[in-house]
Each structure stands twice: as structure tokens, then as C-alpha cells.
Design a protein around this ligand. Structure first.
Ligand code: GDP
Ligand code: ZN
Length: 427
């Protein structure tokens, strides 16, 4: 990858909006040192914090901590600087205006990180992890994003690409051999390595941990009207997120509540009661309830009177209102209103989550990764079916290419918009 000198100068407030004491204005791009000199009257020592008046058109806009970060040892890889300003809106406004008049423009979402990728400071997988770090709400999300930002997933894909490259080289060395003299053992060894790679990719694809941690584990509470679904959601979430009433059919659409259990983000969904109905709005709610049940990672099927047939084979059947009548022996009984049995239900959910989260090694974390590995694995499968060595080589090459696209070693420009479309401004 080639390192470009840098793009036009961009700026953004990198700290959170709303009331705060400090706002960090981040500026990056070719020639931004000139802008810093104009604002500070001099260029401060590199990578040293100093406290200076920020002046523009003979007026002091603020006194700020200034950091001059010349490239390539900066986040974006370009010359850049930071102004740690007082967070008053008039200060930010004034400094933004000054920066604009000095030739900078507001940054696009993720543009600093995008430049870091273009400068070769980060690969695409690491850039995605930066976005995940900014959004991390649970400890598991934080750990996963840090590990991916540190290059754990990149190293796995690079290792696979390197093994493919060696396989391809050995395979091509064999093409020149006349068939009769080709030792079977050599060919068998190559095939064994190809199959091993394909099997490792299949395991990696079967592992859902990364995506579950990233988007949260969806737990749907389903069941007949009045079973106590909304009451259970409120009891688990610890506050009144769902409306509880005595009239059947109150919760017409789904209500979702984020819930962190043992450092893992869960999304609890309370659905409309499942029953036949004439009411059109309620019917729509029920249609959505079935949709949620089908999409769920875990389903808690709640009932209060007659034991229903399970909605799904692995739904957790729970009998509510044990304060009114005891549950059958083989069913978990709870009372959403007294809290009886809720600890046992939480333990059961923990156990199910542990099963969902089984896997070894570094997990993939996005649909983009899944699609890329699927493609690579497919080409590996095709390679084993190919009749000629040349075709086999081509399939191996295509598998390598799919891996290269994941890190951004191949086709990086065409992937930038896809990856940076969902970034926040200032990162
Ligand atoms: P949903 O329609 O399944 O969401 O049920 P709700 O949560 O709205 O509850 C329906 C009614 O059952 C409300 O009057 C609740 O107060 C009541 N209820 C819920 N859980 C319990 C419970 O454990 N014991 C008793 N006695 N009543 C409950
Ligand atoms: Zn309800």
C-alpha cells in the first residue's frame, strides 16, 4: 500500500455533544501545520501538550491545550493537531469559522479513520473495530472491539491468506511435472492442507459469538395475552418499560429493552399476545410477534393458565403467577409480581447464553466478514472439485482475494464507503 501525503484539511469536534467542560477539536490534513501556526502564532513542539491562546483576526477565541501531531505518527497518518477547548458553543462556533476561513472543511463521518486506513495505519477490520469501540455498551462488546482493533481478526485472516499463498505456490510448482512422475504423497499433502483450511473456515462461520456480542442477544418473551409478559419484562429490566394492564391485548407492538446480564448485552422483547383476534391492529401486533419469535436467539414462552404447546422446540417454557397457583413440577414457575423464581430464570438464561456463546479462537463480528469467509470457503470447495491444476489454482487465488478484501489489502477503495457509511463524525 502506498502512503499518500494527505487529503484536504478536515476538522470535527471529537468529543460528545451536549453539556461538557472540554471539547476536543480534531484537525487533520496536508498543510494543517500552517493553520495551527496561524492560530497559535507558532508551531508548538510535536507531541507535547501546551496551553496557549487561540487567536484569529486579532481576537482571542479561547485558551486551549494544544497538541501538534505531525504525520505519519498520528491517528490519521497525516499531519494533524488537537485543540482541547472549553466546550462553550460560541467557542466551538468561533474556532470552526476560523478553521473554515483558513481553508479547512468539516469532516465526514469516520473520515479520520478512513484516512488512517488509506495511510496504512489501520486495516479495514481494525477500522470497523474502532466504530464498535465508540458504540460499546457492554463489557463483552468492549473486550471484543479492543481485541479486533488490536488486529486479532486481521492476524487470523492474514494467516489463512499466507497458507493459501504457500498452497498455491506448491501447486504451481507441480503443474510443470509430467503426471506420471508426480508423487501421490505430495498431492495428498496439498489436498489435506486445502481441506484443513476449509474446515477451519467452516468452524469460524459456525461461531456466532462475535455477532451476538456486537448486536446483543435477542430474548423474546412470547405467550398468550395476560400471561404476564409485560410484567416479566419490567421485572427483569428493573423498571416499567412495558405497559401492564388487566385487559387482554394491551401490548400491541413489540417493546424492546436493552439489558446487560453478566457483561453481555441482551435485547428483551415483549410481544403482543398470541391468539386469534378480530382486531386489525392487534392482528398486526401478533404477526410481528411471530416475526420476532422466529428471529430470536432465545424465546421465553410464558403462560398463566393452560400449558401451551411450545412455540419452538427450544423455547424456554415458563409458568407465571405461581402466587395464585403452583406450577407443574417439570416447569419453571415464576411470579412476575412477587419476583419468585426470577433468579432461577436468570440462571437458565445465563446457561442458554453460555451455550450460544460457545466457540474457540477469534470470532468474526459482522455480516461483511461472514460473506467474505463464505466466499473464500466456497472457492476452497470448488478447488477440490476442479479437474485441472490451473483451475484449482484459480480457485485458490479467488479464495485469497476474498480474504484480502476483508482486511482491505484488495479492493480497498471500493470498500471504504461500505465500511465508513455508519461511522460517527470526529472518528
Ligand atoms: P401480558 O398481556 O402477557 O403482557 O400480561 P401483563 O404483564 O400485562 O399482565 C396481565 C395481568 O396479570 C396484569 O393485571 C398483571 O398485574 C397480572 N400479573 C402479571 N404477573 C402476575 C403474577 O405473577 N401474579 C399475579 N397474581 N398477577 C400477575
Ligand atoms: Zn403485555
Amino acid at each position: 500500500r502506498t502512503r499518500n501525503a494527505g487529503g484536504p484539511v478536515i476538522f470535527a469536534v471529537a468529543t460528545g455533544m451536549g453539556r461538557a467542560a472540554i471539547a476536543v477539536m480534531r484537525v487533520s490534513g496536508e498543510g494543517c501545520g500552517t493553520i495551527l501556526r496561524a492560530l497559535c502564532g507558532m508551531l508548538p513542539e510535536a507531541r507535547r501538550a501546551s496551553f496557549r491562546p487561540i487567536r484569529y483576526r486579532n481576537e482571542i477565541l479561547d485558551e486551549a491545550v494544544v497538541l501538534w501531531l505531525p504525520g505519519p505518527r498520528s491517528y490519521s497518518g497525516e499531519d494533524s493537531f488537537e485543540l482541547h477547548l472549553h466546550a462553550g458553543p460560541a467557542i466551538i462556533e468561533g474556532v470552526s469559522l476560523a478553521l473554515t476561513e483558513l481553508g479547512a472543511r468539516p469532516a465526514e463521518p469516520g473520515e479520520f479513520t478512513r484516512r488512517a486506513v488509506q495511510a496504512g495505519r489501520l486495516d479495514l477490520l481494525q477500522a470497523e473495530a474502532v466504530a464498535d469501540l465508540v458504540e460499546a455498551e457492554s463489557a463483552a462488546q468492549r473486550r471484543q472491539a479492543l481485541s479486533q482493533a488490536d488486529g486479532a481478526l486481521s492476524r487470523l485472516y492474514q494467516e489463512w491468506a499466507e497458507r493459501l499463498r504457500r498452497l498455491l505456490a506448491q501447486q504451481e510448482a507441480l503443474i510443470d511435472f509430467p503426471d506420471e512422475t508426480l508423487p501421490d504423497a505430495v498431492e495428498a499433502a496439498l489436498e489435506a492442507e486445502r481441506a484443513a483450511l476449509q474446515a477451519e473456515m467452516a468452524l469460524h462461520l459456525a461461531d456466532q459469538r462475535g455477532e451476538l456480542v456486537r448486536r446483543g442477544i435477542t430474548v423474546v418473551i412470547a405467550g398468550a395475552p395476560n400471561a404476564g409478559k409485560s410484567s416479566l419484562l419490567n421485572a427483569l429490566a428493573g423498571y416499567d418499560a412495558a405497559i401492564v394492564t388487566q385487559r387482554a391485548g394491551t401490548t400491541r407492538d413489540a417493546i424492546a429493552v436493552d439489558w446487560i446480564l453478566d457483561g453481555i448485552k441482551l435485547r428483551l422483547i415483549d410481544t403482543a399476545g398470541l391468539r386469534e383476534t378480530e382486531d386489525e391492529i392487534e392482528a398486526e401486533g401478533i404477526r410481528r410477534a411471530m416475526f420476532h419469535v422466529k428471529q430470536a436467539d432465545l424465546v421465553v414462552h410464558l403462560y398463566a393458565d393452560e400449558r401451551p404447546a411450545p412455540l419452538l422446540p427450544d423455547a424456554i417454557i415458563v409458568r407465571n403467577k405461581t402466587d395464585l397457583a403452583p406450577a407443574p413440577e417439570d416447569v419453571l414457575g415464576i411470579s412476575a409480581t412477587t419476583g419468585a423464581g426470577l433468579d432461577t430464570l436468570r440462571d437458565l438464561l445465563r446457561e442458554r447464553i453460555r451455550t450460544l456463546m460457545s466457540g474457540a479462537g477469534v470470532p468474526l463480528t459482522r455480516a461483511r466478514h461472514r460473506a467474505g469467509i463464505q466466499e473464500a470457503a466456497q472457492h476452497l470447495a470448488l478447488a477440490s472439485e476442479a479437474e485441472w491444476a490451473e483451475l484449482r489454482g484459480e480457485e485458490l487465488r479467488l479464495a485469497m482475494r476474498a480474504l484480502g478484501r476483508l482486511t482491505g489489502q484488495v479492493d480497498v477503495e471500493s470498500l471504504l464507503d461500505v465500511v465508513f457509511g455508519q461511522f460517527c463524525i470526529g472518528k
